[in-house]
Design a protein around this ligand. Structure first.
Ligand SMILES: Cc1cc2nc3c(=O)[nH]c(=O)nc-3n(C[C@H](O)[C@H](O)[C@H](O)COP(=O)(O)O)c2cc1C
Length: 185
C-alpha cells in the first residue's frame, strides 16, 4: 500500500490515556493550535474557538463536574462511568475545549476537522492526544462556561487532551472494519 509521512502519522495516531505530568512546550502547543485553524470549514467561516487550559485544578474540576452529571444519567453505561474513580481527562496537563459558532453553516463539522488536525499534529510531534466527548456533561454548568471564556454565540462541543505519552509505544489500533467501501462504476 502507498505510504508517506502524512499517512504514517494518520495510521500511527492512537487515543492516549496515560500522560506524563510535565507540561508540553509552548512552541509545541502553538504548532498544534496553528494546525487546528488550517482545517477546512464550510464557506471558510472558521467558526471555531479554543479554550486552552493548563491549570491542573480547573482540569480536575471539569472532570469532577462531568462525572457528577454523568452519575445521574438515565443511560446505564454513562451513569456507571460517572461513578468510577477514573479521571475523564486522564490527568492530561493540557486540555483544549473546542466551541463552534451557533448559526454558522457547519460549525460541528468544522470543529471536528480542526480537532482531527490537532490530533495529527500532536502525533507528528510525538505528543499524546485524546478526543473527549464525555466532557460535554460539564457544559451545563454556567460557571464553567464563564471560566472557559467562550465568546457570546458559541457553544462548546468537545475537549482534546494533550501531553507527553507515558508509554513510548502507542497502543495497538483496534481492528478496523474494512467492509465499508463500495466502488461505483
Ligand atoms: C467524537 C469522539 C468522542 C470521543 N470521546 C471519548 C471520551 O469521552 N473518552 C475517551 O476515553 N475516548 C473518547 N474518544 C476516543 C475513542 O474512544 C477512540 O478514538 C476510539 O476508541 C478509536 O481508538 P483510536 O483513537 O486509538 O484509533 C472519542 C472519540 C471521538 C471521535
Amino acid at each position: 500500500m502507498f505510504m508517506n509521512e502524512v499517512i504514517k502519522i494518520i495510521k500511527r495516531r492512537r487515543s492516549i490515556r496515560k500522560f506524563r505530568p510535565d507540561q508540553i512546550k509552548d512552541a509545541e502547543l502553538k504548532a498544534i493550535l496553528d494546525a487546528a485553524i488550517y482545517a477546512p470549514s464550510g464557506h471558510n467561516e472558521q467558526p471555531w474557538f479554543f479554550s486552552v487550559i493548563q491549570n491542573d485544578s480547573f482540569i480536575d474540576e471539569l472532570s469532577s463536574k462531568a462525572k457528577e452529571v454523568m452519575a445521574t444519567s438515565q443511560v446505564d453505561w454513562i451513569a456507571k462511568l460517572g461513578k468510577k474513580k477514573r479521571h475523564i481527562l486522564y490527568n492530561a496537563p493540557t486540555v483544549i475545549v473546542i466551541s463552534g459558532r451557533k448559526g454558522a453553516n457547519s460549525p460541528l463539522a468544522d470543529c471536528c476537522a480542526a480537532i482531527q488536525n490537532m490530533l495529527l499534529a500532536a502525533e507528528s510531534l510525538n505528543i499524546g492526544s485524546l478526543w473527549v466527548g464525555l466532557i460535554a456533561h460539564a457544559f451545563g454548568d454556567g460557571r464553567i462556561l464563564v471560566r472557559l471564556q467562550i465568546p457570546e454565540g458559541y457553544e462548546p462541543y468537545y475537549a482534546v487532551c494533550l501531553g507527553y505519552k507515558q508509554e513510548q509505544v502507542n497502543p495497538v489500533a483496534a481492528e478496523r472494519n474494512r467492509n465499508v467501501f463500495v466502488y461505483i462504476d
